[in-house]
Design a protein around this ligand. Structure first.
Ligand code: NAI
Ligand code: MG
Length: 507
């Protein structure tokens, strides 16, 4: 096993994949109009290894001026140049090639994700990177299948006249995409894939905590042969670069993933030019275990529903509802699973759970734990920060929680689950839906009718039955209620990157 240690600014991290090491030691610029450039202000900002809190490298800090340049480049690439005149098949080939290049560099990307975000290498290898590869391939196939329809029309006020009417699906235009830090590469792929397949051009702003994999992806995008200006990547802070992108008058659509609070700001910012908006926001997802479930699957399933990616998932199964007669057994089982998890730096082989992404998130999660204990919650296991160095938190199972507590109502975005008993199905559905969110939900039962009933009753964008956190490029993902607008992935995502044009021809 290698032990990774952070070294001085710009010198990178030793003991990780050598290509990732090499990439980290290069200067980190903005990708605008096919060129790597410094920020107009000349400013840079630090990115940190969350397992130590030490700086990994400095990255060019884009702000409003750079966003302006990037939007200009994207506009030019959308209006003229090779991109709009490319055939769908040529576009599809480029996206497929990007998937291939990403796959070729899987180890490098897994290392970048683990050092930047803190997630375990093993997870980045089997989840983040392969899912991004698959997403690009799935979307590459769609490039040639974005079809309109022919419409038989009547036109009652024009008797005898004949028309040929049809629809065209056209790219929405220049898209501003703002993504978070919990799955840095995968969120970039979810956003870029459908935009590229439909023929849009893009300005992507990665999260300030985790810009590295998006910048490396930018290199692969250019290597794949995308024309200049089709994808522009501008790391920077949300309040500056992000806000400028969301408000920009020459951006036709803003696509955002992150907090519900910032989602609201995006909506306000978009009002100026009424750009289209899609949002993938927070959650407080219920995960329901019935007494008739296969508990040998439901117990590890419930643990992984919350502890996967350290609970930093918008759809984390953070409210665990357990049928009364198996409550003790399931809570003890989930707690035992939590205790088994090997917590450590993500970039160390063998780690099963890494640190939270930042000091800000650490403080947020710890303050939720404190609020929970103050309100009367008890920890079956966990409940504390681990050590003094890095942003580690114990996998935590809380009991004695009620629906008026902050730990049950608000998104914690950490490895903290509240376990609550239930004994009546109607009551359960009301509790499951007692949230402003509606992103995901889990149901564990052997009773097929109970499973389908719950799938109907729970108001959420994804219902997992006897599984959790199953994602696929073909399966739409997104939220009811305050969990968002629109869907990521699947055919539905493509619809949201196109405008429908009706064409009516008098014959
Ligand atoms: P955030 O919503 O502030 O950040 C997400 C992205 O939005 C980043 O790229 C950020 O730079 C950008 N951003 C921030 N303020 C902006 C603004 N005014 N205009 C435009 N873009 C802006 O999330 P943050 O602060 O990192 O995390 C806070 C909480 O948000 C977490 O504890 C969690 O509850 C939630 N969250 C949800 C995510 C999800 O996948 N739905 C992902 C990340 C955070
Ligand atoms: Mg924020």
């Amino acid at each position: 096993m290698t032990t990774a240690t952070a070294t001085k600014t710009g010198a990178g991290i030793s003991g990780i994949n050598s290509d990732a090491q090499k990439f980290i030691s290069k200067s980190k610029k903005l990708l605008i109009n096919g060129k790597w450039v410094d920020a107009s202000s000349g400013k840079t900002f630090g990115v940190y290894d969350p397992s130590t809190g030490k700086e990994i490298v400095q990255v060019a800090e884009g702000d409003k001026a750079d966003i302006d340049l990037a939007v200009k480049a994207a506009r030019k690439a959308f209006d003229s140049g090779p991109w709009p005149s490319m055939t769908p098949s040529e576009r599809g080939k480029l996206i497929w090639r990007l998937g291939d290049l990403l796959e070729k560099h899987l180890e490098e990307f897994a290392a970048l994700e683990s050092i930047d975000n803190g997630k375990p290498l093993a997870i980045a290898r089997v989840a983040d990177v392969p899912l991004a590869v698959d997403l690009f391939r799935y979307m590459a196939g769609w490039a040639t299948k974005i079809e309109g329809t022919t419409i038989p029309i009547t036109v009652p006020y024009a008797p005898g006249a004949r028309f040929h009417a049809y629809t065209r699906r056209e790219p929405v235009g220049v898209v501003g995409q703002i993504i978070p830090w919990n799955f840095p590469l995968l969120m970039a792929a979810w956003k870029l894939g459908p935009a590229l397949a439909t023929g849009c051009t893009i300005v992507l702003k990665p999260a300030e905590q985790t810009p590295l994999s998006a910048l490396r992806l930018g290199e692969l995008i250019m290597e794949a042969g995308f024309p200049e200006g089709v994808v522009n990547i501008v790391p920077g802070y949300g309040e500056t670069a992000g806000a400028a992108l969301a408000a920009h008058d020459d951006v036709d659509k803003a696509a955002f993933t992150g907090s519900t609070e910032v989602g609201r700001k995006i909506v306000h910012a978009a009002a100026g030019n009424l750009k289209k908006v899609t949002l993938e926001l927070g959650g407080k997802s219920p995960n329901v275990v019935f007494a008739d479930a296969d508990l040998s699957a439901a117990i590890p399933g419930a643990a992984s529903a919350i502890f996967f990616n350290h609970g930093q998932c918008c759809c984390a199964g953070s409210r665990l509802y357990i049928e009364k007669k198996v409550f003790d057994q399931v809570v003890e089982g989930v707690s035992a699973e939590a205790k088994k998890i090997k917590v450590g730096p993500g970039h160390e082989e063998g780690t099963q759970m890494g640190p939270l992404v930042s000091e800000e998130q650490l403080n947020r999660v710890v303050s939720y734990l404190e609020a929970g204990f103050e309100a009367g919650a008890r920890a079956m296991t966990g409940g504390c920060r681990i050590g003094e160095k890095g942003y580690f938190v114990e996998p935590t199972v809380l009991i004695d929680t009620t629906h008026d507590m902050k730990v049950v109502k608000e998104e914690i975005f950490g490895p903290v689950v509240t376990a609550m008993p239930f004994d009546d199905l109607d009551d359960l559905a009301a509790q499951a839906n007692d949230t402003v969110y509606g992103l995901g939900a889990g149901v564990w039962t052997r009773d097929i009718s109970k499973a389908h009933l719950m799938a109907e009753k729970i108001r959420a964008g994804t219902i997992w039955v006897n599984c959790y956190n199953i994602f696929d490029a073909a399966m739409p993902f997104g939220g009811f209620k305050q969990s968002g607008w629109g869907r990521e992935m699947g055919k539905q995502a493509l619809d949201l990157y196109t405008e429908t044009k009706a064409v009516c021809v008098a014959l």
